[in-house]
Design a protein around this ligand. Structure first.
Ligand code: ZN
Length: 386
């Protein structure tokens, strides 16, 4: 294969420009400026590279950009997916500086994940510059709102369907094959309100929640003792928020607990909710005055792709060629857009640059790893879409 050359000057200029544009997620951080300005920058840049550009705006200002390098026909298509919204900048000194020191470029979003987006764009530019014309389409998806509700990737799935996708979340240039999912569940114990002096009339919902919590604590220990998933470890849960009662001299009529349950590949929502329901059922069997409702209200599935999937094998060959060694494989704990793409029938894998400080006060990306990712993505696109 002809190794396409990465235009490093273009790559790092693009990265610095992206960091300098404030794109704090406005749903996550009230007052955040959102994706309008950065979408214009990316759309112009992709248009200048000769891509077919489309903007998606499922909610006002929450704009994602698709740029397609059309194939000559008959090849497999590939999506390179990066979010360009960021978390907030509170506590950061000069969050949009794009300052360069010792091979690192600093600023909010540099690592999570504007370095990745710059690498994707430079990869497609390398294809253009080298005059290589794959048969399949190569699509750049620069998406909004990953840090909150994934509006961007959900709208991308409706607009385009590729054979495979690489989500370029930072992985320190390792191939990420799995991540955890999560499930939010509300449990409400019911009591009966009564004056605090009238014990014979009141039923205490908070005390009943105490029984439930004691049993939940056992389940939590049981989850972590289960055989761990080889890449992401065991499942877990935590009792995140608790609200019960509404007056000191009143028996609590209701107590609500919101639980977060982290799932591993192979687990289902039904199974995880069933374990919570079983606790309620056994407490009720022990005491007929125990009443509780279990209400799951949000789910994000776990993600897993196998090492022999076509996109993983192609990405591994490209990584070996660029790095001069076999790549490492990993799993990660936070949820990513990868699960949505995979669930839409797009074979998906995750790989991105090295750096640190995601969601922290000092964030940076390693510039050399961004250049490596650009070269890896270019090679992968050439081979996969050939
Ligand atoms: Zn991210």
């Amino acid at each position: 294969m002809i190794a396409p050359a990465i235009d490093r000057e273009f790559l790092f200029q693009t990265l610095a420009d992206l960091i300098r544009i404030n794109s704090v997620n406005p749903t996550l951080v009230p007052g955040g400026v959102g994706e309008r300005e950065i979408s214009e920058y990316v759309a112009n840049l992709l248009d200048g590279l000769g891509l077919i550009v489309k903007k998606l705006e499922p909610e006002p200002g929450r704009i994602s950009v698709l740029g397609t390098l059309p194939g000559t026909g008959g090849g497999r298509s590939l999506m390179l997916n990066a979010h360009y919204d960021t978390v907030g900048v509170e506590g950061m000194h000069d969050p949009f500086s794009a300052a360069v020191r010792e091979g690192k470029i600093f600023g909010r979003g540099s690592f999570d994940m504007k370095g990745s987006l710059a690498a994707q764009i430079a990869a497609v530019k390398a294809l253009r510059d080298s005059g290589i014309h794959p048969r399949g389409d190569v699509v750049i998806a620069a998406v909004a709102d990953e840090e909150y509700g994934s509006l961007g990737t959900m709208s991308v799935i409706e607009a385009v369907n590729t054979d495979a996708a690489i989500v370029t979340e930072p992985t320190a240039v390792q191939i990420c094959l799995a991540h955890k999912g999560y499930l939010w569940i509300e449990v409400e114990t019911k009591g009966r309100a009564a004056h605090g002096s009238r014990f014979e009339q009141g039923l205490d919902a908070n005390m009943r929640m105490g029984r439930f919590l004691a049993a939940l604590d056992k389940l939590e220990q049981d989850l972590r003792a289960r055989r761990p998933h080889p890449l992401v470890g065991p499942p877990s849960l935590h009792a995140a928020m608790l609200h019960g009662g509404d007056g000191l001299s009143t028996y609590a009529a209701s107590c609500k607990l919101q639980i977060e349950r982290r799932t591993v590949p192979g687990e289902t929502e039904r199974q995880a909710v069933g374990e919570i329901q079983a606790i309620v059922d056994s407490l009720r069997a022990a005491d007929a005055t125990f009443h509780a409702e279990v209400r799951p209200f949000f789910v994000r599935d776990p993600f897993e792709v196998f090492r022999d999937a076509a996109i993983v094998k192609t990405l591994a060959r490209a990584s070996t060629a660029v790095l001069g060694r076999e790549p490492n494989y990993m799993g990660d704990t936070p949820w990513m857009d990868a699960a949505l793409l995979q669930a839409a029938g797009i074979e998906t894998v995750v790989m991105g640059p090295a750096g640190g400080g995601a969601h922290a006060a000092v964030e940076w990306v390693e510039m050399e790893s961004v250049a490596q990712m650009a070269a890896i993505l270019a090679r992968t696109a050439i081979e996969y879409c050939a």
